[in-house]
Design a protein around this ligand. Structure first.
Ligand SMILES: [Cu+2]
Length: 68
């Protein structure tokens, strides 16, 4: 799935978001395009709701789903 997280603005955010997602599933591959505020999540069996929940618990609440 692909997400846009507007609040993601630096490497700290990238780390925090990646960590939050990998805490629910270590096998998930998270790749980030910081200039586009885009997070691409592959190799994932976790639900979209679980990902959004993890990201928002890390403090990022403006999450838009681009592709599910
Ligand atoms: Cu940041």
């Amino acid at each position: 799935m692909k997400l846009i997280i507007d609040e993601m603005s630096c490497q700290h955010c990238v780390k925090a978001i990646t960590k939050a997602i990998n805490e629910i599933d270590p096998a998930v591959k998270v790749s980030v395009d910081l200039t586009k505020h885009e997070v691409d999540i592959t190799n994932s069996t976790i639900s979209q709701a679980a990902v959004i929940d993890a990201v928002s618990r890390a403090g990022y609440t403006s999450v838009k789903v681009v592709t599910s």
